[in-house]
Design a protein. Sequence first.
Length: 239
Amino acid sequence: MPDTRFVLDEMTVKDTWRIFRMMAELVEGFDELSKIGPAVSMFGTARCKPSDPEYLLAETISRKLAERGFAVITGGGPGVMEGGNKGAVAAGGTSVGLNIELPREQAPNPYQTVSLDFRYFFLRKLMFVKYAVAFVILPGGFGSLDELFEAVTLIQTDRIKRFPMFLVDSKFWRPMIDWLKTDVVNRGFISPDELNLLTIVDDPDDLVEQIVWCEEEKCYLTPDGLMSHPKRRPLNPPT
């Protein structure tokens, strides 16, 4: 008997009808999210409590974004995702949860004004990217890193526009950036300007101001992108 936990193992010749479920998830996602206006996708650990700094930071950032007219999109679960949805609701904004069926951790949080359910990760990821004008990535684990590196790869390969990607909490992210600089850039695996697709921030007000500026200036349509912002500093400046 096949193990139904593994989605790809379920895809046999007899299961081609699952394509229609995928189509249904696409259609519902496009239909619902096309109405929400400019949105910011937020990522971070599911394994933090409402009293933890990551949760509170997500709540603060999303509240400030909602106050400036942005919808907030999260994965719909606990931790940072719940904090993000909670802050958006508190400000009277649009709070989107893209829920996913998982064996543990993922239960929909109660702070969603738009709630969608997905079985397939790749379709859910499409929704995060398609309707975002920016990514905000707080400290997190494999899932957050997956969203970060997949999106930056899509930008690197010109599959999507160069929307801004913010890494929140310099203490958490700086060691990773230092490793990318010393081991990955120096060995020629990525170029210095590709590293500059990422922005590290600590201050929620600075973060929101840069997102507002980018959306007003449509910075993702210009060659320099967010680098044109007067406060923006490259992560890997030329020597």
